[in-house]
Design a protein around this ligand. Sequence first.
Ligand code: BJW
Length: 231
Amino acid sequence: MTLPRIVVLTGAGISAESGLQTFREPTGAGPALWAGHSVEDVATASGYRRNPGLAHDFYRARRAEVAAAEPNAAHHALGLLATEYGDKLLLVTQNVDDLHERGGVAGPQLIHMHGQLATAICTLCREPVTAGECGAGCPICFAGTLRPDVVFFGETPKEMPRINRALAAADLFIAIGTSGDVYPAAGFVDKAIASRARTIELNLHASDRFTQFRGGPATVTVPALVAELLS
Ligand code: BJW
């Protein structure tokens, strides 16, 4: 049997049941992530330049929350799917946590398009540095400063050419726990439809932009869909 080529896009909703807050709506995990923080201050390139210390504190606190969180049934189900599908599966996450890695998806099957908390990046040479302390000098070029390795508004998301190639070749596109408010990720469903892929949205609320919607918490809907794909 030939396996379909699958692109999965995940957003903050997949990690909500691991206790991590989403960005735009309060969940059982607590108030929305930016409550109390101005988006312009912590998530835009100009805001970062204006007040890097605020962003460093914000991302240091997020790193501590992620370290205390565990992958949930949805992350583990995608780990199983990745094992079975090999290079037929590309998982693109907008999340900066490492719960997909800890759920069993890593290496070339996983793209963190909005960066990750685990690394810092040099403002000058752009080299990622593991566990670098944000605000410190770059240990590679000795000229730049380390900043959070995340993609702020107005910056280019990571690995877009590879994501676009995968979308153009996809037979199935699945979006899990993302509001569809932030581009270019919000436009992936249209690219997949243009490539004649089947599109499935897993979320608490339907956006009506996909050919199929499955409502409910990710820890229920994702294992069920993965079981279907593996049967
Ligand atoms: C559950 C659940 C459960 C809850 N089970 N589900 C005007 C028009 C169009 C575009 C633009 C425009 N003006 C500017 C732009 C571009 C801009 C943009 O999109 N702005 C919008 C605000 C309009 N985009 C950019 O600037 C991007 N760069 C760019 O476009 O460069 C140009 C370029 C494009 C292509 C190629 C080359 C160049 C950069 C965007 C960077 C976003 N960065 C952030 C912060 C990252 C660091 C961090 O994490 O702190 O990324 S913002 C934030 O939003 C974060 C997220 O990854 C992203 C998406 O949020 P997500 O994941 O969808 O979370 P929520 O909270 O919105 O939704 C959660 C969902 O889960 C909800 O639907 C719930 O229902 C659901 N849910 N519990 C299942 N248990």
